[in-house]
Design a protein around this ligand. Sequence first.
Ligand SMILES: Cc1cc2nc3c(=O)[nH]c(=O)nc-3n(C[C@H](O)[C@H](O)[C@H](O)COP(=O)(O)OP(=O)(O)OC[C@H]3O[C@@H](n4cnc5c(N)ncnc54)[C@H](O)[C@@H]3O)c2cc1C
Length: 389
Amino acid sequence: MKATEKPPDWRSIEAELLRALPLVAARADRLDQSPEQTGGDLAEDLDLLARIGLFAAALPSGDGGLGLGLGYSAQATLWTATVLRRLGRANLSVARLFEGHLNALKLIDLHAAPATRRRLVRRAAAGAVFGIWGAEGATPARLHPHGDGSYRLSGAKAFASGLGLVDVAVITVRRPNDAAEVQLVAIDAGDRDRQQPEQWTAAAMRATRSGGFVLDDMVATVADFVGGPNDYLLEPHFEGGIWRYCAAHVGGAEALVEALRRSLIASGRASDVHQLDRLARAAARCEAGRRLVEAAAVKVEASRGGTRGEIDAAVAHALVTREVVEEACVAVLNLVERSLGVRAHVAGSSIERQRRDLGLYLRQAAPDAKLQQAGRLIAGAAAVIGEQW
Ligand SMILES: Cc1cc2nc3c(=O)[nH]c(=O)nc-3n(C[C@H](O)[C@H](O)[C@H](O)COP(=O)(O)OP(=O)(O)OC[C@H]3O[C@@H](n4cnc5c(N)ncnc54)[C@H](O)[C@@H]3O)c2cc1C
């Protein structure tokens, strides 16, 4: 549990965040291993973020927070994009967990029935860390009615980030009467016996403590449901919300450019024309990515409650932003590798871990389908692209 000790005030949170981020970044290399090897996990970083008021800021404004991530105002949305980018720059794993927390709270704020919303927001205010676990394990998550208004869960979630760190997970489950219907359910995520961190065999983002989570024989009631069938898929929040992880990705690319800059200076290679050319091109990719993400974030959140056309345009904007940010990050990875040669690959170095983490975190769900969806929305748009966007 993360104590949210401070009443939120954005100026002081931002100032303290800037002081905290070097500490988060300094720990990142050590946490790129199993907890047995490091003797620690991201709990220390999450506690630090809670102490400076970042978790409290993520609460709805009517519940003592600033609505960070909830899209109430363009200003709060830009703060959110900036926070995720800066966290990504310090440690992409921390950004991944905070992004999941924001996403879960947003789904609760948008869709939960009043009593459920009150209960879950109270848990967040008391310091619970939230996550959103959508990806399915070998046996997809299912709801089975007991007949008394309660449900038994079966199956498992995969790629579940924050095992042992997340207290409450909002999960997607298939409904009993219609496997095509997705129901969001809030579950307690703390049962160690259900956690399968050994399933994370990927060579990066290790500090996220991601893996499987077994649901078999857990019990849920309607009071644990977050909204109704398929609310999870409502736009502009579902595809549109990808701007949040894009912000973190841009931060990861910025960290690499900064590492490149320092390395070139330290090795006396910063005046070489080829190196300067690559450094400038990498920095340009980051700047373009940052601006696109901020524009997409504001557009997506502002389209809430808008016309179908406005929502479609915002979602298309987010989807093409995802594509361009991925291309920008891959370009930065290539430019950094070309510039540093073998030094970019030295095991145990920060830059090697940063490259690995960004390269993996870019691999988010269904990129081909997202690009196709962008194409469909653009093809069906009523107005000239540049005008409508
Ligand atoms: C660090 C990290 C943390 C994560 N944390 C979470 C979390 O907390 N909660 C959560 O729910 N998920 C999480 N995920 C999972 C994430 O959302 C994606 O589900 C996952 O990364 C997709 O992996 P993949 O690229 O191997 O998928 P794949 O779906 O296998 O995609 C690989 C490629 O195949 C293509 N493809 C996909 N389907 C098909 C098809 N049917 N036919 C042909 N081609 C296809 C894709 O477009 C892509 O090009 C996390 C992932 C990472 C990397």
